[in-house]
Ligand binder design. Structure first.
Ligand code: SF4
Ligand code: SF4
Length: 158
């Protein structure tokens, strides 16, 4: 699979309350009432992202070991289950990541839209699983915030 981390994530948006960008709102950012990708994909990453003594990084109590040098957000090990850091109801306003500023790189780099305005098909797939509507293609003049959230899709849910 291609490395989706290379995609541009212009504005991460499955935020903790009050941490979104100024223009983050439920009408322009679909992530704020979604969270589907946090409950669909396995979220794994290099273990060096786990917080050390300085506290910077992903809280160690929220990760499990996925390999010699790989960690995984608890709950997502097998795909198809929600991440332990996800709070709120999927598909409802208020769903958010409780470790937003400490979330791992796959979560930071997962876009709802590609840079050309095309919806990320993996995002669409996760949304569809929870019965959420497909995102539209967006043009330059649309007032929609290109959101992003989680997932390293090395073990996608069935
Ligand atoms: S990136 Fe897609 S699946 Fe993930 S929270 Fe945003 S809209 Fe939902
Ligand atoms: S750590 Fe990642 S997968 Fe877990 S709730 Fe936060 S953004 Fe979602």
């Amino acid at each position: 699979m291609s490395d989706k981390r290379s995609r541009i994530a212009q504005a991460t948006t499955l935020t903790a309350p009050g941490q979104g960008a100024a223009n983050d709102n439920i009408h322009s950012n679909p992530c704020l009432s979604c969270g589907a990708c946090c409950a669909h994909f396995r979220v794994s990453f290099y273990c060096g992202e786990i917080a050390g003594e300085d506290g910077n990084g992903v809280p160690s109590e929220l990760v499990s070991q996925a390999g010699p040098l790989r960690a995984c957000m608890k709950g997502t090990e097998n795909g198809g289950q929600r991440c332990v850091a996800l709070a709120g109801e999927i598909g409802k306003e208020g769903v958010h990541c409780t470790i937003y500023v400490q979330r791992p790189s796959p979560c930071r780099d997962f876009p709802a839209w590609e840079t050309d305005g095309t919806p990320n098909p993996d995002c669409q797939k996760a949304r569809a699983r929870f019965g959420l509507p497909a995102l539209p293609h967006i043009g330059e003049d649309d007032d929609i915030d290109p959101g992003s959230t989680p997932s390293h899709r090395d073990s996608e849910a069935a």
